[in-house]
Ligand binder design. Structure first.
Ligand SMILES: Cc1cc2nc3c(=O)[nH]c(=O)nc-3n(C[C@H](O)[C@H](O)[C@H](O)COP(=O)(O)OP(=O)(O)OC[C@H]3O[C@@H](n4cnc5c(N)ncnc54)[C@H](O)[C@@H]3O)c2cc1C
Length: 611
């Protein structure tokens, strides 16, 4: 080819991305760009991938906050003492450090499901305009777009190799309001106390501002490093959800950038359908949220906990213990005061890890006395760990300085130099940091199973499941028995409605050590993982047999579900799918097993034939 012809051919190159997808009818997007119904998304190195100059332009548009991503473990093989590799290995058990790295996720992978891989580029968004620029760029260039908040998705929904990542980690302002009225709702809604939290904030940031400093309560997640926007969209739960409901049910307003690049304020008065979808419709499917405003509540005087462990001397005694525990739960704990977990282990141990609110320590001890007396009065049981009741001023529940002084063993601080003093994690959550999931399944258990006539079926199922694999009942992750107003608010969300009638979410899981690709000594034990998955499958079969069609919590569930639409959203799915079609008809915001994802391949790169 002559030089002049070559130059002419090269001059057309920037147009290639636009010409690539010429098979379908074209239209103009909100910004005037020609678009076509998208059939596939582009990957680095493939025709259509944005040119260096186009990335440069995006970088300018986002004030320099465009990052080319690479795993911190990328060069470990060649040089394990390489600064970044060594530094990351040192902090592998620190969820704040994992979260501060846009190339990592809090879960390193899941056997035969997914493995953590960085996106190609990230926009480290600090403003709404940064998010708008990223959304428009991804849409125009047919990129796979992904959003990461706290990075806690077990299912890898904030992880997509070859994608553009929106990463608002440093957009984490928390602002308290005495009298908030959602935009457009003046005259309809009375002003109420609330908090506005930006998309990159974790619950530890919210609790520090709202409770420790502000003396009020906001319903968030149990784990302090979970992202606020991620949990709200999950319809997620905290320890005291039986009293205050789900995080989603307390959403008053969200600002969200939708697929067309528009910044929309969604609340009960403006875009109510989008607002409803954000409340439990699953993270990352409807747009990228810039900030949420949540209702706050008066803080009770006391929060407390009951810990301990009871071991039965025989299978028969363990079955009787399960029966007694369920009867006790129904008569004494099935109310808004109590949350968190009992777990049932194959070695015939019952672990207690419950929390309470609105009771004094003496009242809580009184509640438990009949059950503990029953245990003490029988030779077939012993306390593997003594049962302890602790209570504290509620205002200190998330107060890092208080825990450092009084109970340092219960929390793990972010130990990096310069880390914010309020960044601490419950010690019990540390085992999940970076973990590699072998299997994870859950099901809601309907409260009808607690009725006297049904209890023996429940107990048989719990005992049968425990013969296979240990599992936990998370009582705070089902709203039956909760406060009436909390249940009513949660009814008006996209979350699977069966959750309202469930007394608990049963979770059965197993995992191995962190195994990020490239990490030295990362050896996922796949054979073991598969064996455990099969056993967990049997345990869950026993539970599902008494809870057919009960559904499960979108963010704490099996990767391999088939009927995920029904499991996660039940009768709400059709409405949620309509919201998706309205605000993202081309499926820019793809999340595997998210609303509308049935039109795409598992990786979100190829539209399925006929969709
Ligand atoms: C250790 C651990 C503890 C947990 N504890 C609890 C608990 O106590 N209660 C509970 O209910 N759940 C809990 N979960 C589940 C967790 O709440 C959900 O997985 C939640 O979605 C995580 O949000 P994230 O922002 O941290 O995660 P991410 O993986 O960043 O995000 C989750 C999803 O939300 C999307 N998303 C995040 N931010 C935005 C945004 N700004 N705009 C649009 N989409 C966004 C992502 O794309 C992704 O699809 C826990 C998970 C882990 C790993």
């Amino acid at each position: 080819m002559k030089r002049r012809e070559l130059l002419k051919a090269m001059a057309t190159l920037p147009l290639l991305p636009l010409l690539m997808h010429s098979g379908a009818a074209s239209a103009r997007d909100a910004a005037g760009f020609m678009t076509a119904k998208l059939h596939s998304r582009v990957r680095p190195g493939h025709p259509g991938w944005p040119l260096a100059a186009q990335w440069k332009q995006l970088e300018r548009d986002v004030g320099g906050r465009l990052l080319k991503l690479e795993s911190p473990f990328a060069h470990c093989g060649a040089s394990p003492s390489d600064g970044e590799c060594a530094e990351m290995l040192k902090h592998l058990d620190n969820p704040f450090a994992l979260g501060d790295n846009p190339a990592l996720t809090q879960t390193s992978g899941w056997a035969d499901a997914w493995t953590s891989h960085p996106s190609a580029y990230a926009v480290a968004a600090e403003t709404t305009a940064d998010m708008v620029a990223a959304v428009n760029f991804a849409r125009r260039h047919h990129l796979r777009l992904v959003v990461k908040g706290g990075g806690h998705s077990y299912q890898g929904t904030s992880d997509a190799p070859d994608s553009l990542l929106i990463w608002p980690r440093h957009m984490n302002q928390v602002t308290l309001h005495d009298a908030f009225v959602a935009q457009g709702c003046a005259g309809r809604d009375a002003p109420q106390p609330a908090v506005t939290i930006e998309a990159g904030a974790m619950w530890s940031d919210a609790y520090d501002a709202v409770t420790t400093k502000g003396g009020r309560y906001v319903q968030g997640g149990g784990c302090t490093t979970v992202g606020v926007a991620g949990l709200v969209q999950s319809g997620g739960f905290g320890s005291f959800s039986k009293q205050w409901g789900t995080a989603a049910s307390n959403l008053l307003q969200a600002e969200i950038v939708t697929a067309d690049g528009e910044v929309r304020v969604a609340n009960a008065c403006t875009h109510p359908d989008l607002f409803w979808g954000i409340k439990g419709g699953g993270g990352g499917s409807l747009g990228t949220i810039t900030r949420v405003t949540l209702r706050t509540f008066e803080l009770p005087a006391v929060f407390g906990a009951v810990f301990g462990s009871i071991k039965a001397s025989s299978d028969e005694a363990f079955r009787a213990l399960i029966g007694k525990a369920m009867a006790f739960y129904r008569s004494a704990l099935f109310n808004p005061h109590w949350g968190e977990q009992m777990s049932f282990r194959g070695d015939n141990t019952l672990n207690l890890s419950m929390v309470f609110q609105g009771l004094t320590q003496a009242q809580a001890e009184q509640v438990w006395a009949p059950f503990l007396d029953w245990v003490r009065g029988r030779g077939e049981y012993r306390f593997a760990k003594p049962v302890q009741t602790l209570a504290m001023p509620a205002r200190h529940f998330w107060d890092a300085a208080f825990f450092r002084a009084h109970a340092p063993q219960l929390v793990v601080p972010d130990d990096r130099a310069g880390a914010p003093a309020h960044h601490t994690l419950w010690a019990g959550d540390q085992e999940q940091v970076g973990w590699f999931i072998h299997s994870y399944q859950s099901t809601w258990l309907p409260a009808t199973l607690l009725q006297p006539g049904q209890q023996s079926r429940l107990v048989d199922a719990l005992f049968a499941a425990s013969r296979q694999w240990g599992f936990s009942l998370h009582f705070n992750k089902g709203l039956a028995g909760g406060a009436d107003d909390a249940v009513e608010r949660a009814r008006d969300t996209a979350t699977q409605p069966r959750m309202l009638d469930a007394f608990a979410l049963a979770i059965c899981a197993s995992s191995g050590d962190p195994a990020f690709p490239g990490m030295p000594n990362a050896r996922p034990e796949l054979a073991r993982a598969r064996r455990e998955a099969a056993t967990i499958g049997k345990a869950m079969e026993a539970l599902r047999a008494v809870a057919p069609g009960a559904g499960c919590y979108v963010s704490e569930s099996d990767y391999f579900l088939r009927d995920w639409q029904q499991e996660f959203w039940g009768s709400h799915y059709a409405k949620l799918a309509a919201v998706k079609r309205r605000y993202d008809p081309d499926g820019l915001f793809f999340v595997r097993h998210g609303v509308g994802s049935e039109s795409w391949s598992e990786d979100g790169f190829t539209r399925l034939h006929g969709s």
